[in-house]
Design a protein around this ligand. Sequence first.
Ligand SMILES: [Zn+2]
Ligand SMILES: [Zn+2]
Length: 190
Amino acid sequence: MGYPVGRLTGAHEREGELMTSSEFDADTALTTVKAGRGPSQHVHPDVAGFWNALSAGHLALQRCGECSTIRFPLSTHCHVCLSGDYAWERIDPRGTVNVAVKIHEGVSTMPYSGASLPEPWKSMAPFVTGAVDMEVGVRLPGRILCSCDKALSPGTPVTAVLLDTRDGAPVHGFVHDCNSSTSESSNREW
Ligand SMILES: [Zn+2]
Ligand SMILES: [Zn+2]
């Protein structure tokens, strides 16, 4: 082990700060954050814009105020120029599948496999999940609704959608055309 300390020291040195152990303790002290009694995700204020946008019906990501990079994962600073300046921007919901897997069955009787799924995923199987390359140039993870299995092929066009959760705030997912063309399929329970 020992790798986290080396990495953290290096990162701080690049920012021109030499880290002492007492400063390190201060940096890692956790702050209590007051937030609405939300079910669903526990949202850190720095990334609350993502969940707020979803609740308002849009997928939004951070655009760097310095170099204009649209970024993901959500972060406090730009991975390109290290600027902490950004604005949340609604993004095009279209993308193409980068990789996808189909979970055929949730198991609970294979203690050594590490493949068992907790609820609610277990009851939801079969379902497809994967990573989608968005038009704006970032790759987002999410469940992919597809009954024809074409979404299992890289390059298949999909569109971001909102998925209700069991306990409140929505999350994003993706849908392949085979599931979005008729009202019957859009009412279907996935
Ligand atoms: Zn930047
Ligand atoms: Zn499909």
